[in-house]
Each structure stands twice: as C-alpha cells, then as structure tokens.
Design a protein around this ligand. Structure first.
Ligand code: ADP
Ligand code: MG
Ligand code: ZN
Length: 631
C-alpha cells in the first residue's frame, strides 16, 4: 500500500535540514555583503603585528593617518584604512618614543579603552547566528508538528469517537452475516467482560477483518463499537508510515495509553498491512526501521495488556498474505473475520440500506439492480445509489426512478470494472459449471472433505470458490484420500470440458494443486509400487530460517521419468473418474448450475436438496450433525 509521493522519514528529515542550511547560508551571505565596513574593533583585533621601529619609521615618513594608544598597545592606521600593531606593549612609555615633531600632524591619541577581544569583536555576528539557529529550530519544530499532527491524539485532530458518537450499528451493515456473527462475540466481551473473566476465560485481544476493498471492514468495526456502546479509536496504518523516526512508536504508545484509560473501548487500525508487513523482508539490514519499530510497539502493547483490560484491538486488511506472522499469534490478532463480496441477496440488502435515506419512487426494483452488479462491493453499491440520487436531482425529479438506477449502474460499472471484473454471461456460466463440477465430484468421492459452500462471487483472483471443510484433524492421509482430493480438484475442468467441450485457463490453480499431490505421492509417501518406498528429492535451505529453496533433484533421469509417468497416470485416471461422475449426473449438474447462477452462493444444504432430493437431504444432514456432536 505504498503511498504515492511517499518519502521515508529519514530522508524527509534530511531534506528539512538541508533546506535550513541553505536558508542560513543565503541569509548570512546577504548579511556580509550588505554589512557596512568591518567594525573598527574587529580591525584592531586582527591588526598585523610589526616592530615598534616600523611604526616609528612610518611616523617619521608620515605614512600613517593616525596613531593611537589603547591600553598598552600601539596601533597605527594607514591611509588605506588598515591597521598595524606593535609587537611589544608600549602604552606607558609612549612619551619616550619621541614622536613630537610639531611639523607632523599625525594625531597621537591616547585612550585607555581596551581593545575588545575576538569574541567581543564578533559579538554582533554571534547574536545574528544564534537568532538564525533559533528561527531554524522554530521552523523545524513547526514542520515536525504539522507532519505528525494527524496523529496527535487528544491535543489536535484526534480521531476518537466517543461512545455516544458512534451511531453505526449492525443494522447499517447489510449482508456479511457470518462476519457479524463472529463479531457479536466481541460485542459481548465488551459489554459483559465479567461473564468471561469470572469463569477464567481470557478475553481475546484482537480481531483482524479481512476482505476486499469496499466490502465494509471499516463500517463493521465502527458497528461493533456502536453495538457495544464503547468509544472508538481509529488510525490508519499508512499514517504511521509517514512519520518521523520514532514518532510512530510513540504514537502507538499514546494511543494504547489513552485507550486503556477509556476502557472498555475499541482501537481500530485500518490498513494494517502498511505497518504489519513481514519484517526484514528487504534483506539484511534493509527494511524499514520506522515501520518495524511501529509494528514492534503494537505487538508490545498488545502483549502488555492486563488480563482484565477491556480494550479490543481490531484491524483491517485486504492483504492478509503479506502480514507478519507475529501479528497472528495467540493473544494478538488471533481472530480472523473474513468478509466476502456480497452475493445477490446481500447486494439487495445493501442497496436497501442506502435507499433508506433517499426518496425512492415506488416503481424502483432493487433486485434488478442487485442482479446486474455481480462482483461489486458494498462501497460500489453505495456509490450507485448516490449516483442515482444525483442524476434524479439533476433531472429535477422528486424521487429516484428506476432509470436513474440503471444509468448509475452503467456509470459505476465502468469504474468498478477496473477493480473487480464483471463477468460476461458466458464466463458466468463456465464458472458455475466449474464450481458445481468440483462440488459434485467432491461430494461423490467419499474420502473427500465434506462440501461447505459453493460461491461464484469472486474473491481475490479466483472467479468462484468451492469450499470443503475438513472432517476432523487428520494427521495421516490414505492413498485413497489423496486420489479423491485429486479427483475433486479436477472436477472443475472436467465439467467445463463436458459441457462446453472447451478448455479455459480457469483451472490452472486446480491442476497445479492436483499435480503436486500426485507428485508427492510418488516422491514423499512411497505410494507407487514401481518407485518403491523411497523419498526422492532433497529439501534445500532451511524452512525455519526462511531460506527454503525448494527441492533439489538427487535421483537419476530414469527415476525422474518414472515420477513424471506416475504423476501423469494418476492425473489422467482421476480426470476420467471425475468426468464419469459428472456424466452420470448430467441432469443434476445442469439443475445445480441454474440454481447457482440465480443465487450465486449455495450452502451445503441447498446443494443436497437439489442433488439428492429434499427427503434424502434431510436425513443425510441429520446424520452429519449427529456425527459432529458425537465427536
Ligand atoms: P472497507 O473498509 O472494507 O474498504 P468501508 O467500510 O470503508 O470498506 O466501506 C465503504 C462504504 O461502503 C461504507 O461506508 C458503506 O457505506 C458501504 N458499505 C460497504 N459494505 C457495506 C455493507 N455490507 N452494508 C452497507 N453498506 C456497506
Ligand atoms: Mg476501510
Ligand atoms: Zn477450480
């Protein structure tokens, strides 16, 4: 999340310093150029020392403008204005020098004012310098202050919302029911901490909201504060990064201190990936000190909470993959809440939420709009409603009409398309067949993990997702389970080929995974008779030190070919098996796809109802539940 125009704090500091230096140089040269003659005092102090005889000679030759005695020093001034000074001190014996030629008009002035020393002679310059430094420091300080003012809590632009100011509640967040359910627990922790602490339960410290941009992470975090009725301290990770060295860490300290004083409350760190990236990523000694210090401070603060401090730290990111693993350890952001892009129903609900405060014509059909906005996030939908209202107002209409909404969809789609791809009908259909293919094959392969959910709503790069939940923690895996897994992975591609007789790139990830499993069966688990029970390949580097370089080959060409043959044989066989399963259930496949295209996400129950009929589905679900509770 690097910011455009972002300058690391060190360099920024240097920039300020060099700017100040430049100002100083300019000012001082201006001073010296415009200053009148060097002061007499200075000239006297720096006068060249000569033997007294030279001065006497000069006196006689009348080369001096004047001669004067100050203290015990004798100074002679040339007509040019420069001075010389006698080596020895002659002050008292001046009269013995015999400068009494009445014809010589040189004035011999005797006064007893001491010549100022060098420091005194330069006093003016010193004062000027000190003044300059003072001004410089003042400029520097106020610069520094303006840099960090976004972060100074309390004193300036604090982003603290008092309990009574957080009006957002779960009602304002449509859809994302799973996320809301997860977060209800946190609301309860904040409201009734005693309930948990008396039993001895440790209150969780942090929750990480993970989801694509605009899916409502910030909104949800505020809603948690609103539901619990607690203050909400918020800060964005990118703000930490732009600070001067050391400021980030001290701000974190401030933030947590204030939060603890205001407990119960929520600290929300938006875009935490900006500070929470994997540390030491940029090689040894490289990296980003300031960011690291800030991150370390966050971790220290979270670890340092007392057991009964009721402060919950929430953070949001759309890049969970780059986060430092230290952040995810127990006692830190150990709860992860995933926020998916909204499906059809959720999109309709989100549109309804944002229709609440607008005058809508009776004929508006938000469902139609929801259908047209596959892949859009909550922020896009809010944008659509707003654009529609604007266009209605521009027309001079009293309320938002359906045509305004349709127009707004087009407008926002153009913008949203760059971020999240909107699928064409053909693509949608292929995606649906692909995902249902996974689901059916996975379901029919008995060793495969049970199906959880099918979704066509894109999250990240994949167009669709089919989730299988592991049955139980498994420490060993049988050969059949590996085969079933491969079969399920190939189900997507098999369905595409069966229905469209066409091959797309959508299955590349599946193929990669399936091949890796097959290869491991041969090289690590000794599951091929011909290759025998031998481990092939050697792990390079140390996974622990993060220098994992993958596997190196320590076997012959001959073995390599056998491994490749085995892998291909397994993949081919499982691909055929997947196709057979699908061919045998062609009608169900079509039915499921039709339904999925309609509702976009399909639960396991909905899948079973279509695949096995209502009655049988009920029975099977009951059995599954019993199995679960028996555990
Ligand atoms: P994120 O933090 O995930 O990028 P935001 O919370 O900033 O997203 O969402 C931006 C805006 O989009 C919100 O202020 C809200 O108006 C709208 N929005 C997003 N998701 C939803 C939702 N589920 N329900 C209602 N509005 C939403
Ligand atoms: Mg946000
Ligand atoms: Zn797939």
């Amino acid at each position: 999340m690097a910011q455009a125009g972002f300058v690391p704090p060190r360099r920024r500091q240097n920039q300020v310093f060099s700017a100040l230096l430049l100002i100083f140089l300019i000012l001082s040269s201006v001073y010296y150029m415009t200053a009148p003659e060097r002061s007499e005092d200075e000239k006297l102090a720096t006068a060249k020392k000569v033997p007294i005889s030279e001065i006497t000679h000069g006196y006689k030759q009348k080369t001096f403008d004047n001669i004067m005695v100050r203290g015990s020093n004798v100074y002679a001034k040339y007509q040019s204005g420069s001075y010389v000074q006698s080596y020895k001190e002659f002050g008292d014996s001046i009269t013995t020098l015999g400068w009494n030629d009445p014809a010589n008009p040189t004035v011999v002035k005797v006064d007893n004012i001491e010549v100022k020393n060098f420091f005194k002679a330069h006093l003016g310059d010193f004062i000027f310098l000190i003044l300059l430094i003072a001004i410089g420091m003042w400029v520097f300080r106020s610069l520094a202050r303006s840099q960090s003012s976004a972060m100074s809590f309390g004193k300036s632009k604090a982003r603290i919302a008092d309990a009574k100011d957080v009006k957002t509640t779960f009602k304002d967040v449509a859809g994302c029911d799973e996320a809301k359910n997860d977060l209800k627990e946190i609301v309860d922790f904040l409201k009734n901490p005693k309930k948990y602490t008396t039993i001895g339960a440790k209150i969780p410290r942090g929750a990480l909201l993970v989801g694509a941009p605009g899916t409502g992470k910030t909104l949800l975090a505020r809603a948690v504060a609103g539901e619990a009725g607690v203050p909400f301290f918020s800060i964005s990770g990118s703000e930490f990064v732009e600070m001067f060295v050391g400021v980030g860490a001290s701000r974190v300290r401030d933030l947590f201190l204030r939060a603890k004083r205001n407990a119960p409350c929520i600290i929300f760190i938006d875009e935490i990936d900006a500070v929470g990236r994997q540390r030491g990523g940029a090689g040894f000694g490289g990296g980003h000190d300031e960011r690291e210090q800030t991150l370390n401070q966050i971790l220290t603060e979270m670890d340092g909470f007392d057991k009964d401090t009721n402060v919950i730290v929430m953070a949001a990111t759309n890049r969970p993959d780059v986060l430092d693993t230290a952040l995810l350890r127990p006692g830190r952001f150990d709860r992860r809440v995933f926020i998916d892009k909204p499906d059809l129903l959720a999109r309709k609900q989100i549109l309804e939420v944002h229709a609440r405060n607008k005058k809508m014509a009776k004929d508006c059909d938000l469902e139609v709009i929801a259908k047209q906005t596959v892949g859009m996030a909550g922020a896009d939908l809010e944008n659509i409603m707003n654009e529609a209202a604007i266009s209605a107002a521009r027309r001079g209409a009293k309320s938002v009409q359906q045509e305004d909404l349709v127009e707004a969809v087009e407008k926002v789609t153009l913008g949203a398309q760059k971020r999240s791809r909107k699928l064409s009908d053909k693509e949608k259909s292929i995606t649906a067949y692909h995902e249902v293919g996974h689901a059916i094959v996975g379901h029919l392969c008995k060793e495969s993990d049970p199906l959880h959910k099918i979704s066509m709503v894109s999250r990240g790069f994949a167009l669709g997702v089919t989730w299988f939940l592991p049955k139980e923690d498994q420490y060993t895996t049988t050969k059949q389970k590996f085969l079933d897994e491969i079969c399920g992975l190939l189900g997507g591609r098999a369905a595409e080929q069966l229905v469209f007789n066409e091959i797309t790139t959508g299955a590349s990830n599946d193929i990669e995974k399936a091949s890796a499993i097959a290869r491991n069966m041969a090289t690590r688990y000794g599951m091929d008779e011909e290759l025998g029970i031998v481990a092939y390949g050697e792990r390079q580097g140390s996974a622990y030190l993060g220098t994992d370089l993958g596997m190196s080959r320590n076997y012959s060409e001959d073995i390599a070919k056998k491994i490749d043959d085995f892998t291909k044989r397994i993949i081919d066989k499982e691909y055929e098996r997947a196709k057979d399963h699908l061919q045998a259930n062609r009608q169900k496949l079509d039915q499921l796809v039709a339904k999925l295209l309609e509702i976009e996400t399909m639960s396991f129950e909905e899948f079973l109802e279509i695949f096995e009929g209502k009655e049988k589905a009920k029975k099977e679900l009951k059995e599954a539940k019993e199995r679960q509770s028996a555990k």
